[in-house]
Design a protein around this ligand. Sequence first.
Ligand code: GAP
Length: 517
Amino acid sequence: MAQEDVFKKLVAHCKEYGFVFQSSEIYDGLSAVYDYAQMGVELKNNIKKYWWDSMVLLHENVVGIDSAIFMHPTIWKASGHVDAFNDPLIDNKDSKKRYRADVLIEDLMAKFEAKIDKEIAKAKKKFGESFDEEQFKATNPRVKANQEKIEAVHKRFVAALDKNDLEELKQIIIDNEIACPISGTKNWTDVRQFNLMFSTEMGSTADGSSKIYLRPETAQGIFVNYLNVQKTGRMKIPFGIAQIGKAFRNEIVARQFIFRMREFEQMEMQFFVRPGEEMKWFEKWKETRMSWHKALGFPEEKYRFHDHDKLAHYANAATDVEFKFPFGFKEVEGIHSRTDFDLSQHQEYCGKKIQYFDPELNKSYVPYVVETSIGVDRMFLQVISEAYTEEKIEKEDGKVDERVVLKLPAALAPVKLAVMPLTKKDSLPEKAREIINDLKFDFNCQYDEKDSIGKRYRRQDAIGTPFCVTVDHQSLEDNTVTIRYRDTMEQERVAIDQLYTILKKEVSLKELFKKLK
Ligand code: GAP
């Protein structure tokens, strides 16, 4: 099945099983804004806990805060967002649709890359075991031609971004005959810059209201609290401040479901270090963050680092952790060495000293910062798109059954255990409730007595529940139940008092933490 079809099915699945709904759906929806439903919020909370605990519990020099969304407007002037937080936009004159010029060019390069992947997959199938991918890439004329096209576009693209050359961005689009996906024409306007921040008014006009912004990143809430946290927490450099919170961007090209939203959530950590030591910490956090991703057990080849083509105004090094979504490799997390830019700017704009006295060096300085910044929603999309699996199962009578199963890492699954009485009578429901009452303080459990056991299993598979337990008549006699494992569908008889230990071992975040480097 084509990857776009898989993605469409995933989006439909997210709605059908209560993970993600379009915001304001009964009013025909609000574009690029989504609500997390009863299952989605559990998965999202588990992702946030995995991140928060890995930062704050596992690092004694990282503490957390929760700063306000509304902040003094001068903060955004100091940070550079008022003047430079822009996207280069281009309109198609026929469809009247607006696009990000950089995204059109990136999509073109991704198309060439997809052609290369296709050639490789074909050759792999043909040559089997003896296939040498590196040699194939170096010698196949079609692969080489596409690689050359990527390199040529990339070279011009990077140069244009570096010089902020909007005319050249348009010329790349024209020269490569990029057409509007809606009208199919190449009738483009010039490229213009567009600021992404939402603004609103605080206070009544009579009192003299002031324009304030909805934060486009949570990081500034950390920078402006640096002094308070450092002093009150008696923090010694190097140390980090972590935060999870909402951010807002007036994205013009919002698409791919929850990948690019106008209201989203970030998990950011700013690590304050000695000037000159930032590259060492940049490398360290790159490794730490990649290990956090890989501990979830998804295929290694789905991850890669992608160094930024153009560094943001505040950075001296930057890379993205990219994941292979059904629509290709895309950024999930950014790791940036932000120098002393933000703290120095705030020092200048607020007129107060923002420095650290380093007792070992016996001098004061503005600390340098290495930041890790990951979108909760993109992480959610990564997890659920990788977990979504359609399987064919051969039954005993030779017929083929199908199931959709979310193979979520057990620690992230919204529901950990479903307890099902075989029938609605003979005290089996009461026994099932007894089990839930015992386990509900530790695990999210669901009780389900409706329909056949087979149907109930399918419902739990569809929301990714790792364990189902069936209570039958034997359970009343010997206090045992049948436990069924989601991924293998194997079943075994276990004592009810073993359930806690079985679940604890599999669903605890500790199992993921043990895999971290
Ligand atoms: N403080 C640095 C910063 O905000 P960024 O690369 O602009 O850096 C960090 O954003 C992460 O936030 C991205 O890697 C992505 O996961 C998430 N993100 C950014 N814009 C988003 C959007 N419109 N919708 C969903 N997630 C977004």
